[in-house]
Design a protein around this ligand. Structure first.
Ligand SMILES: [Zn+2]
Length: 136
């Protein structure tokens, strides 16, 4: 009984694994904004960072710099202290993904940022590529 159950589980895992590696699809996250007075709230900030597997502080710093707007984290949100247009925020997020998530060699999102001797690199777990990137 137990044996069958584990066999089943193993099979299920194997087929799930196949699907994942066979049709690995990356979906560009879409920013969810809300306005409060002169502030812009990025409501799915945490979700985006988790999906991209990137440090929240890093993403916050990048967006703040690129959008020329001070920002701070509040719970799951990132709050910009100015009114920002959806297209601008979305474009900057896509820039982040392009430069800091997607491998420039193979186009897969399975990468990590590694820091060596003050230099930052993208290391790709899919194809093994490693190349330097600009610090954020
Ligand atoms: Zn790669």
């Amino acid at each position: 009984m137990e044996f069958d159950y584990f066999q089943l589980l193993k099979k299920a895992r194997e087929s799930a694994g196949k699907e994942v590696s066979g049709t690995k699809r990356f979906q560009m996250p879409v920013v969810n904004l809300e306005y409060q007075g002169r502030k812009t709230i990025l409501r799915n900030f945490e979700e985006i960072c988790e999906y991209l597997k990137r440090d929240k502080r890093l993403v916050a710093r990048f967006l703040s710099r690129e959008l020329a707007s001070p920002a701070y984290e509040q719970g799951k949100f990132l709050i910009f202290q100015s009114n920002l247009q959806f297209t601008n925020v979305q474009k900057k997020l896509e820039k982040f993904v392009k430069e800091y998530v997607i491998c420039k060699v193979c186009g897969q999102p399975d990468t990590k940022i590694v820091k060596e001797r003050r230099i930052w690199f993208i290391k790709c777990e899919a194809c093994g590529a490693k190349y330097p990137i600009e610090k954020i």
